[in-house]
Write a protein that binds this ligand. Sequence first.
Ligand SMILES: Nc1nc2c(c(=O)[nH]1)N[C@H]1C(S)=C(S)[C@@H](COP(=O)(O)O)O[C@H]1N2
Ligand SMILES: [Mo]
Length: 495
Amino acid sequence: MPSYFPWWVVVTHFLNLFFMLLLMRSGIEVLSAFPKLYWNDHCPPGREWARFSKKTFGADSRTPWSSLDEEESWSSVVALPGKKNLGLGRHWHFMTVQFWILTGLVYVVLVFTTGYWHYLIPTHWSIVPDSIRAVGTYLHFQIPQRISGEPFEPAQKLTYFLLIFVLAPFQIATGAAMSPTVLARFPWYGKLLGGKQGARSLHFLGLCAFAAFIVLHVFMVIVHNLPKEFVSIVLAGHGSRALALGVGLAGLFLILLFHVVITWFSLRYRRRTQRLLGLVVNPFEKVISRSLSSREHYSADDLSPYHRVNGYPPVGQDYDRMVADDFRNYRLTIGGLVENPTTLSLAELRKLGVTRQTVKHNCIQGWTAVAEWAGVPLAAVLDRVRPTAEARHIVFYAMDDKGLTEGEGRYGYFYGSIPMFLAYDSQTILALDMNGAPLPVEHGAPVRLRIETQLGFKMVKWIVGIEFVSDTDSIGMGMGGWREDQQFYANAAGI
Ligand SMILES: Nc1nc2c(c(=O)[nH]1)N[C@H]1C(S)=C(S)[C@@H](COP(=O)(O)O)O[C@H]1N2
Ligand SMILES: [Mo]
């Protein structure tokens, strides 16, 4: 027996369990932010195929609502860290996935270099009828025979094969198809998996498949002779049953303890968690964001009948007056580290040249919608104001004071920032029109940002000022944006 479970299998099996549980809990946190599943990227309210929330919202609702109202607060028992912490959940997910994939790669390399693949990869179709027979044997409360000279019976071998070589890559593929950068650069890839919502639904079903496997796997190990299997998978076959049981249970206990500690830490020290995990996640995001630019061109047929809104419009007389006179007295102030600070009316802004794009919006919560936006390329604005060599980020200030518009205990005017390189993407624009008409109030009138490789929260609406800065540490709470400051989202928003 020992030869069937070498030490590298023991170690990668444990690491896989360890990372999978982190991925599952943090994935559930991500789901809680938009607890609905669709097959269609228009995400029509009320038409989801699955909803894990009692709240319902309609496209024709009389009272305005914002997509953040759809978020649910889930228990930390199932979600990491739970309690409406999408930003931190995503951080855990994207930190873990890097190590999970690394473990998988090491495992697969060893599987092939050691010849272990023989035990896992069926080489003949007879595995299918053999597996069916094996299942039949189980249903007669008997254990089927192992394949001669191999560690597993046929159904077991086939299941492990599907898990390792189909389900795991499938989760990676559907996961990648949810990144706004990937979707903006390779729209065909999104389509391949049924769009972002298709990928999201499939990714969820993949989670269910993994969960079902774990339950079945544990049950089967118990049925097959738990103490003996424990010696194999915990001690690579070397040692007594008592020792294996002790070490195995200790390993499981450590995993549980780890989850309790990181959940508590994440909730208690949210800023520190955001920063620490960011050290691992942000460079990974940066590589993707920097190397891929947006190439989205949907057609008029693809426009979404209903485009969700996130964030309630500014309140107060100043904004109301602007709306009342069609923003004739609106001025956009652009300054900071530039050679040529300027103040522009809407007409002057338009004169810098208008482009249009039909693109898909990706909110961090998970919903999507397609619209046509027209506006001035940010690059044209940069040409006009000429940022100095010290300028490294662009900050966009908005007119909505969240303390007044939201009532969730958060406060301050909304703002966001982007690194300079995003400004040069040909689809980064200051949008003035949506679907052929001036921006509606709820979508950011009179000016909002569009950056197609990024998540929605980067696209500041109701912009009143733009500032070029060398760093964002001294703005707001110093995290680079209002949602980063107050909801602990990552500043890097390409994934
Ligand atoms: N000023 C401001 N801009 C904002 C927000 C906001 O609350 N205030 N929400 C952001 C988020 S999270 C998203 S998803 C998009 C939503 O854009 P939409 O309402 O036009 O769909 O706007 C972004 N820009
Ligand atoms: Mo969002």
